[in-house]
Design a protein around this ligand. Structure first.
Ligand code: GLC
Length: 589
């Protein structure tokens, strides 16, 4: 790469660096910046050959060596190729670190957003953003496709746990705190020349992904996710726009549109909301990154899909499929001026603005010196603090909780009691997550064993098949991991097996505590009487010891429901006047 150009001058104003660089770029180089390719969809050498500006790891997109060093080697390999291109424009790598660097084994996995919503603690959420930024930067990654900023209007939605609250004010406050945690330059950090953000957050998914109507999705078996909503503009502005107004005002520099539609128009094709409102009215200065292969949903004709998306305001297209064909279509569209060259320049200018804001031109390789922060004790203590603050005590009769350390006999039942996978949910090593303990951490059972006194016998049976009667029984039930529309569910009742497990444990426990691991409120009305105490633990992540902290009274229960808890499915989605089993904001004591 030649030296001595203005764009390479660290002391030159960013705007001059962008202007100089843009003026040197060919059309092929510009279009290469406007695509983000899944790392599984690109071969060694193709970043350089096609001037690709961004690569991502989608859900489960881990390297063969799924360790921090393996991740750093993978990301650095792509970056090295980008720096070898004619102009040496650095690559921007993105990942869904939605509750920590979840795809990577050894990362600290924090509670999913619905649990953090119950904490009502923006400072805690900001600190989680800061820790997450360090763990992704340690692997050369600067871009986190998080947070989801919307509220779920129908908790049958499989992405409810990715939201903070049904209350849009709570959601906006916590989403902003998280974004600032990711983007704010740390106190002890010396930024690169012109660097204004530490890592890049991505408020998502722009407009209405949490407000679709059941049965309107046309994606596979999905019912709500990627669906449609018939709604007037005034309601869109009051229900869905506020978190983005907040995010833009607080410095958002990337935003991801929703797969979903408003009034039958796909958001990825909606120039009014993407360009007129987001970029125009709100003055959003950053880049709009499409969702994965969302552009291809716009038309069976790739050329038409690309033209529609880019002209609607898409600046970068996230794709895992035939990127070479898409590049060719985009180049052809610009040559035929179906995509105005000025639109391409606007998109590339926005992309370069973000890359300079991240200091990428001067520091392209992240911060490997942070590798010791990955899964560090400090981060795990932060996650454990978050777990404690996320717990909501729904019921506590006969002073069942806190339990004494010095019981005679304590029974623990439920396979989910001893699985970091069950307590982490989706976006954990794999896209959908798994009940297997793929992530190191502390299960709820391990937390209980660690805090129980030396004279207390702790017996564990996943099946709950005990012979005696315990002083206290603890039964862990809930949802199996899922992500996105795979989690769209018509019936939110407990499984028959879980109901039987609770009923069985009732017979073997003088006092019974039920712990629910779920991505949303579930229908437990008939089961609440069976246990003396109920704890909503949501999806706490790897640090299940935080649950034991509260069970044994080392810390109080402080969580407050971020979603009202329905009595039955008749109350899902919420109807005005519904009297919830437990209202928004509920939590004992
Ligand atoms: C997914 C999700 C989006 C995520 C992207 C990359 O389909 O909708 O939230 O950031 O693809 O994994």
């Amino acid at each position: 790469m030649k030296q001595g150009h203005t764009y390479q001058d660290s002391q030159a104003p960013i705007i001059e660096r962008i202007r100089d660089l843009l003026g040197r770029m060919t059309l092929v180089e510009k279009i290469g910046q406007m695509v983000q390719i899944s790392k599984d969809g690109i071969q060694p050498g193709e970043v350089k050959q096609y001037f690709i500006g961004s690569v991502l790891s989608a859900g489960g997109g881990f390297p063969a060596d799924n360790t921090p060093t393996g991740w750093l080697a993978m990301v650095n390999g792509f970056q090295a190729e980008a720096l070898e291109t004619r102009l040496g424009i650095p690559l921007l790598y993105g990942v869904d670190a939605v509750h920590g660097h979840g795809n990577m084994v050894g990362a600290t996995i924090f509670p999913h957003q619905i649990g953090l919503g119950a904490s009502r603690n923006p400072d805690l959420v900001r600190r989680i953003g800061e820790a997450t930024a360090r763990e992704i930067l340690a692997t050369g990654i600067h871009w986190n496709f998080a947070p989801v900023v919307v509220s779920a209007q129908d908790i049958r939605w499989g992405r409810t746990y990715e939201t903070y609250s049904e209350d849009i004010c709570i959601a906006s406050e916590l989403a902003t705190a998280y974004m600032l945690g990711l983007q704010s330059l740390p106190q002890d950090f010396e930024p690169a020349p012109g660097q204004t953000i530490y890592t890049l957050a991505t408020p998502k998914h722009f407009l209405g992904d949490g407000g679709t109507e059941w049965g309107t999705s046309t994606t596979g078996d999905y019912q709500l996710d990627q669906g449609d909503r018939t709604i007037g503009e005034a309601d869109v502005r009051s229900l869905f726009l506020p978190p983005y107004q907040q995010a833009v005002s607080q410095g958002a520099l990337s935003i991801m549109p929703s797969y979903s539609s408003l009034n039958g128009i796909k958001m990825h094709a909606n120039s009014y909301w993407l360009t007129d409102v987001l970029k125009g009215e709100l003055g959003f200065p950053g880049l709009i990154i499409s969702d994965l292969n969302a552009v291809q949903q716009l038309s069976d004709d790739c050329y038409e899909a690309v033209v529609t998306a880019v002209n609607a305001g898409m600046d970068m297209l996230m794709i895992s499929l035939d990127f070479k064909g898409l590049l060719n279509q985009m180049r052809r569209a610009v040559e035929k001026e179906d995509i105005p060259p000025a639109r391409v320049d606007d998109a590339v200018r926005r992309i370069l603005h973000v890359k300079f804001a991240l200091g990428l031109f001067d520091r392209p390789f992240g911060d490997p010196g942070l590798q010791e922060a990955i899964g560090s004790d400090a981060h795990r203590q932060l996650a454990r603090e978050a777990v404690r603050e996320s717990l909501v005590l729904l019921k506590n009769e006969a002073e069942t909780l806190p339990i004494s350390r010095d019981l005679g006999l304590l029974y623990v039942a439920g396979a989910k009691a001893d699985s970091t996978g069950s307590q982490s949910g989706g976006w954990t090593v794999t896209w959908q997550g798994t009940n297997a303990s793929l992530q190191p951490g502390t299960t709820i059972l391990e937390g209980i064993r660690a805090l129980a006194g030396p004279d207390t016998t702790v017996e564990y049976q996943p099946s709950g098949e005990f012979k005696g009667i315990a002083d206290v029984g603890i039964v862990v039930v809930g949802e199996n991991p899922y992500a996105e529309g795979v989690g769209d569910r018509e019936d939110l009742g407990l499984s028959h097996a879980d109901i039987q497990l609770i009923e069985g444990m009732r017979e073997h426990s003088k006092r019974l505590v039920a712990i629910l691991l779920s991505g949303r409120p579930m229908i437990i009305t008939d089961q609440v009487p069976l246990a003396d105490a109920w704890v909503a633990a949501w999806l706490p992540g790897t640090e299940g010891g935080g649950v034991a902290d509260a069970l044994f009274g080392d810390y109080p229960f402080t969580g407050r429901l971020a979603y009202a808890w329905p009595r039955s499915m008749d109350q899902v989605p919420r109807n005005d006047g519904d009297e919830a089993l437990y209202p928004l904001g509920y939590g004992l004591p």
